[in-house]
Design a protein around this ligand. Structure first.
Ligand code: C5P
Length: 208
């Protein structure tokens, strides 16, 4: 039997991470949140004072990624914003490609989530999901998360930030966020996490 590879793509705060983790648990597969790779590049630049506007500095920061993958600061909004800038550099994407392909090529199968898994990293994955939600719902979720983490931010600021990030991720020329032709759409706007996972499993099953 061919290994099960599940590609999960979608915009920020769409629920794709929760869906990907749940699918990995359900099918007993290893999971890679590829956003963490770009976040680690961003965090390295922030910590060591590299300039995010320099493709060369960002490329050098790729060497620090392995040591930062479990850093609690990876999840901050600041790091996410810089990640979406450095992820537009073709050299940075190229330098991170091999480890993602290797993960996707694991003999046991794998779940990967990000922006370009179904289009670039694992174009032959049998099961591809494109997870999305309305921008208002995504902002509401991010707001609730940050408030719960004791980091109150105005909803309006989050909306502005999400819009800017969507635009950068979809508008860039290197591996933009687009739905693969053979991906299945999962709109989680009106779903809680359990319902979204159940629907994701149902969709994946149609491809097995
Ligand atoms: O998903 P997450 O918000 O952690 O990703 C952070 C940033 O990394 C995204 O805004 C996006 O620009 C970039 N990214 C990417 N390709 C991926 C995963 C993330 O460009 N496969």
């Amino acid at each position: 039997t061919t290994p099960l590879v599940i590609a999960v793509d979608g915009p920020a705060a769409s629920g794709k991470g929760t869906v990907a983790r749940g699918l990995a648990r359900h099918y007993g597969l290893p999971h890679l949140d590829t956003g963490k790779l770009y976040r680690a590049v961003a965090l390295s630049l922030l910590r060591w004072g590299g300039d995010p506007d320099s493709e060369f500095a960002a490329l050098r920061a790729v060497h620090e990624v392995a040591g930062l993958m479990d850093d609690p600061e990876l999840t901050s909004e600041m790091v996410g914003g810089i990640a979406s800038r450095v992820s537009a550099y073709p050299a940075v994407r190229a330098a991170l490609l091999e480890r993602q392909r290797e993960f996707a090529g694991s003999p046991d199968g794998a779940v990967l989530d990000g922006r370009d898994i179904g289009t670039v990293i694992a174009p032959h994955a049998p099961a591809k999901l494109f997870v999305t939600a309305s921008i208002d719902e995504r902002a509401r979720r991010r707001h609730a998360e940050l408030t719960a983490a004791g980091l109150p931010v105005h909803l309006e600021e989050i909306l502005i930030d999400l819009r800017a990030r969507d635009e950068r991720d979809s508008g860039r020329s290197a591996a933009p966020l687009v739905m693969a032709d053979d991906a299945l759409l999962l709109d989680t706007s009106a779903m809680g996490p359990d319902e979204a996972l159940a629907e994701a499993i149902r969709l994946v099953e149609t491809r097995l």
